[in-house]
Design a protein around this ligand. Structure first.
Ligand code: TRP
Length: 372
C-alpha cells in the first residue's frame, strides 16, 4: 500500500515519505559527497546535516562555488505568524543560524502577516501582528547576529517591498498560481498575489546593493512551491535564482504528521509552561509494546516512535548516544516510561532557558527590525 501524505504551503498531513517528496517537487537529495564539500568550508557539520534533517536542496553546489570565488551569499528565511511558535518551527531557523555563523552571512527574515491574514480568514490582522511580534522574540532568542540580521513584517515594510512585488507579479499568470497552489475560483484574490511578496527578499539584497548577490533560503520543505515560481521569474528580472536548503518536519507527539498548532495536545509551544510540556511528553505516542513485559521481550520500535523523533531532531545531539537510545529501545533494555521521563526533563530545561532568552529579546527587538 502506498501511504498517503500531503505537503503544500498551507497543509502538511500524514507520514511524509521524503524520497517521494523529492521526486514530487523535483528536489536534489543531500548526498554524503555534498556534505564533504560543505565541510570543506565549515570544518564541522551541524547534526541536522549529518542526520539528513536537511534532506534536499536546489543549487547549493553553485552557492558554494560562488563563495569559493569570494562571491558572498546572503540568507533569507521567514515565518507566517498564525499562532505561537512551536518546536517544529525552530528547525529551519536553527540551521539558518548555524549557516549565518559559519559563513558570516547577512540574513533577511520575512514575517508574512499579509499571508496569514489572507489564508486564515478567521483571524484579524491585529491578532496576527500580535503573533508576529511574539514570534520575533523566538527568532531573536535563537541567537542571530543583530548586526547581520534584519527582520520585517510585510505590511510594515510595504513601501520597500510592494514596488518589487509587482515586478514579480507581472510574470506570474493566474493559471500558474492555480496549478502550483490549487486556488479555486472562490479563493480570495489576495491569495493569487501573495507569492510575489514572498519572492522579494530572494533578490532584495541585490536590489539594495545594485549588483547581483547570491541568496540561500533554508526552509521547511512545504515552502518550496513558492520558490519554484520565484526561480522561474527572477532571471527574467535580471537576478540569480535563489538556492534552497530543505528541512524535514518535526512530527507531533501523536501517532502521525508534523507538529501542528491545530492539535495543541501533540504540540509543544515555546511559551508553554515547562511542566505542562513535560506532561505532554509523558502522554506521547511511542513505539513500545502494550505491556512492560512484552516490551522487555520483543523490544520497541524507534522508527514509529514520536519520542525517539524528539531525541533525533532536538534533544540528543551526540550521534553515539542517539544510536544507543535506538539500540536499547530495540533490544528491550530501555522502556518507554523512563525514555519519556528523560526527554520530558530535557524539554523542560530547554523551555526554561529559551523563555529567559525570549524575555531578554524584548529589549533588543528594535535593533533587528527593518523599517521603511
Ligand atoms: N510562508 C512562510 C510560512 O508560512 C513564511 C515565509 C516567508 C518563509 N518567506 C519565507 C519561509 C522564506 C521560508 C523561507 O511560514
Amino acid at each position: 500500500m502506498v501511504e498517503k501524505f500531503i505537503v503544500t504551503p498551507w497543509e502538511v498531513r500524514g507520514r511524509v515519505n521524503y524520497n517521494r517528496l523529492i521526486k514530487q517537487f523535483g528536489l536534489v537529495p543531500i548526498t554524503d559527497e555534498l556534505l564533504e564539500k560543505i565541510k570543506k568550508f565549515t570544518h564541522d557539520l551541524h547534526y541536522f546535516f549529518r542526520r539528513k534533517i536537511v534532506f534536499a536542496h536546489r543549487d547549493i553546489d553553485w552557492i558554494l562555488s560562488e563563495y569559493e570565488k569570494k562571491n558572498q551569499f546572503y540568507l533569507y528565511t521567514g515565518r507566517g505568524p498564525s499562532g505561537y511558535t512551536h518546536l517544529g518551527h525552530l528547525i529551519p531557523w536553527i540551521i539558518t543560524k548555524w549557516l549565518q555563523d559559519k559563513f558570516n552571512a547577512k540574513l533577511y527574515f520575512q514575517i508574512t502577516d499579509d499571508e496569514k491574514f489572507l489564508f486564515k480568514e478567521s483571524i484579524s490582522l491585529e491578532k496576527i501582528k500580535e503573533f508576529a511580534y511574539d514570534n520575533i522574540l523566538d527568532i531573536i532568542a535563537l541567537g542571530f547576529d543583530p548586526k547581520k540580521t534584519r527582520i520585517f513584517l510585510n505590511t510594515e515594510y510595504a513601501k520597500t517591498l510592494y514596488p518589487e512585488a509587482i515586478k514579480v507579479a507581472r510574470h506570474i499568470t493566474i493559471s500558474t498560481a492555480k496549478a502550483v497552489f490549487g486556488f479555486k475560483n472562490d479563493s480570495n484574490i489576495g491569495k493569487i498575489f501573495f507569492t510575489s511578496m514572498q519572492a522579494v527578499p530572494a533578490f532584495l539584497e541585490s536590489k539594495k546593493m545594485g549588483r547581483n548577490v547570491p541568496c540561500l533560503i533554508p526552509l521547511a520543505a512545504d515552502q518550496d512551491p513558492h520558490f519554484r515560481i520565484a526561480r522561474d521569474v527572477l532571471p527574467k528580472l535580471g537576478y540569480y535564482k535563489p538556492a534552497i536548503l530543505h528541512t524535514k518536519f518535526l512530527p507531533g507527539l501523536g501517532p502521525e504528521g508534523k507538529m501542528s498548532t491545530s492539535e495543541p495536545e501533540t504540540c509543544i509551544f515555546t511559551i508553554e509552561d515547562p511542566n505542562l510540556a513535560a506532561k505532554k511528553v509523558m502522554n506521547a505516542f511511542t513505539g513500545g509494546g502494550a505491556t512492560e513485559k512484552e516490551q522487555r521481550e520483543k523490544g520497541g520500535n524507534p522508527d514509529i516512535c514520536s519520542v525517539y523523533q524528539y531525541y533525533l531532531f532536538l534533544f540528543e545531539q551526540d550521534d553515539e548516544k542517539l544510536n544507543q537510545i535506538a539500540q536499547e529501545c530495540k533490544n528491550g533494555k530501555r522502556i518507554c516510561g523512563e525514555c519519556k521521563q528523560i526527554l520530558a526533563e530535557r524539554v523542560k530545561k530547554f523551555l526554561i532557558e529559551h523563555q529567559e532568552k525570549r524575555s531578554a529579546a524584548k529589549d533588543v527587538l528594535e535593533d533587528f527590525m527593518l523599517r521603511d
